[in-house]
Write a protein that binds this ligand. Structure first.
Ligand code: ZN
Length: 295
């Protein structure tokens, strides 16, 4: 009797569309080409898919990674971006910018190529040459302009300098990834056509300012990302003491995205399914070429 009743409830729910399908997600920033994933990359991708992460954006961080990012994106039906990350500018050769320009021009017709990135400025890590970073950043904004591609930005203590570049060399928007600035800076990025990327950093209860920001911003401004293998959410994080006692730092993977999304859904008091749909639409708006493979 019980079974019959449940069955009819289930049927009724399904017929009026109440049976929500499992939410599907886009991880807008995942370094699947990182050496940490080399031993088991296909299993990592499969695990993410099983968790509902339908699509990944893989931003290369140096020219030497371009081929790997592209072939991974092709192999799994994902997307990629090509760029020179500010933390990789010390070891970049001067002609890497020319090589990057050639690759972008060759691959401009590839529907899996969705942006120039990861590029940007990092004024947090000591010892980086600000002038060199800025030169690489501006040259890559020029490439994005020439090829009419959005950019994926690394922002760390550098929002104002990034704005200066974007105002002088406007690009077709993109994503400010792992955003952790002020509400005012967030609004300035939005005004320049950018979405703001949020990930595992939200999962830390102490991240009050970041949590406030993720709650205060209009939902249309947000995209989700893991930045895997970096930025482990709190459930993977090992303290210095735990590491000293022999527990390795947990490796972040794209399969963590739904649980990170749940944190954001709870903070904003919205259903997970609605968050999935809205952040997907936002990602497609920020990176329009995602439509070719993520839809
Ligand atoms: Zn990154």
């Amino acid at each position: 009797m019980e079974a019959v009743r449940e069955n009819s409830v289930t049927q009724a729910a399904r017929s009026c569309g109440m049976m929500a399908a499992m939410p599907t997600w886009i991880d807008t920033h995942c370094h699947l080409d990182a050496p940490e994933f080399a031993p088991d990359v296909d299993a990592v991708r499969a695990q993410a898919r099983a968790a509902g992460v339908q699509h990944l954006v893989i931003p290369a961080v140096q020219v030497a990674h371009a081929a790997a990012a592209r072939s991974l994106a092709h192999r799994h039906g994902d997307s990629y971006a090509l760029g020179i990350h500010p933390l990789y500018t010390p070891q970049a050769a001067d002609d890497d910018l020319e090589r990057l320009a050639e690759l972008l021009e060759q691959q401009r017709g590839d529907p899996h190529l969705v942006a120039v990135g990861e590029i940007g400025l990092d004024f947090f890590v000591p010892g980086l040459d600000a002038e060199r970073q800025t030169r690489f950043y501006r040259a890559q904004l020029q490439l994005a302009r020439r090829l009419d591609l959005p950019v994926i930005l690394h922002v760390r203590r550098s929002a104002d300098a990034l704005f200066k570049g974007l105002r002088e060399l406007p690009v077709p928007g993109g994503i400010a990834h792992a955003f952790n600035g002020s509400l005012q800076q967030a609004r300035a990025f939005m005004a320049l056509g950018f979405k703001l990327g949020f990930g595992g950093a939200l999962s830390y209860e102490r991240a009050l300012q970041l949590r406030r920001l993720a709650t205060a911003l209009p939902i249309e401004a947000l995209v989700l990302e893991t930045d895997a293998p970096d930025m482990p959410p709190h459930w993977l994080y090992r303290t210095a003491a735990e590491r000293a006692a022999g527990q390795p730092q947990g490796r972040n993977t794209p399969a963590e995205l739904p649980r990170i999304a749940q944190v954001l859904a709870d903070l904003r008091g919205m259903p997970l399914q609605a968050l999935a749909q809205q952040t997907r639409a936002n990602a497609l708006q920020a990176l329009p070429r995602l439509r070719a493979s993520a839809e």
